[in-house]
Design a protein. Structure first.
Length: 111
């Protein structure tokens, strides 16, 4: 896990996690929420916005699971592509006709 954090984040990144001990090895600035004490989000800077939470990443994986469900299983060789599409869909909040057109024009047929 630490290798992924170092590969995909900048050294100055700030991580939000729960208090699972497995995160203690991550060498990044870190804020935690304590689910054991029923803390799900916290406002550390007093601006009224609870910026310390892990709901964003948990919600993303829920989206991925929902996106993959109709496929009834996929080859793990293509998993990164499916996750990329689910991530793109989450970021756009919709799949547009232009996006589908781009996918079709990029598709290559194996002959």
């Amino acid at each position: 896990m630490e290798q992924h954090v170092y590969q995909f984040t900048l050294a100055k990144a700030h991580c939000n996690t729960d208090e699972w001990l497995g995160y203690n090895h991550i060498l990044r600035a870190r804020s935690t929420v304590n689910h054991g004490e029923y803390e799900w989000a916290r406002d550390d800077d007093g601006d009224g916005i609870r910026e310390v939470h892990i709901n964003t990443i948990e919600g993303m994986w829920t989206d991925v699971r929902t996106f993959l469900r109709p496929f009834k299983g996929i080859n793990k060789r293509f998993l990164s592509g499916y996750i990329a599409i689910a991530e793109f869909q989450r970021n756009l909040k919709r799949i547009s006709p232009d996006f589908i057109s781009i996918l079709v024009t990029q598709h290559t047929f194996n002959t």
